[in-house]
Design a protein around this ligand. Structure first.
Ligand SMILES: [Zn+2]
Length: 131
């Protein structure tokens, strides 16, 4: 566990929790909007109201709309779990400290700046690394 003070940890935890609630609101908002407006448009465009491809279309639409938020929400959850496991703030590659400033900017960061840029160089040409 990185050497973060209780105060620093409390700040980071508050940041993560606030982001989590924001994401939850964003997802709810997106779904509500697509439910109210897009669904009405889709339903209006289909002659047969029993055509269940509208529902299929809507599910795909929703998934794409909230995909980014859902992924980020998972990252926030994982960061909060690392915090609970006293595993937070350590780089998963070199074991060094990620650093408070970087964590305040990216509380879900799992690597220090050096390892993150190495990681991005290594995997940027390879979408499915096999190690
Ligand atoms: Zn590192």
């Amino acid at each position: 566990m990185a050497k973060l003070t209780d105060d620093q940890l409390a700040q980071l935890k508050a940041l993560l929790q606030r982001r989590y609630l924001e994401l939850r609101e964003e997802i709810r908002g997106e779904l509500e909007r697509s439910g109210d407006e897009r669904y009405a448009d889709l339903a209006g465009a289909v002659a047969d109201p029993g055509d269940d491809s509208v529902a299929d279309l809507l599910v795909d639409l929703n998934a794409a709309l909230v995909d980014r938020q859902v992924n980020e929400m998972r990252e926030v959850e994982a960061a909060l779990k690392r915090m609970a496991d006293l595993d937070f703030g350590d780089c998963i590659d070199c074991g060094g400290e990620i650093g408070f400033d970087r964590l305040m900017a990216y509380p879900t960061a799992q690597r220090c700046v050096r390892c993150q840029s190495l990681h991005e160089k290594t995997y940027s040409h390879e979408p499915n690394p096999t190690l």
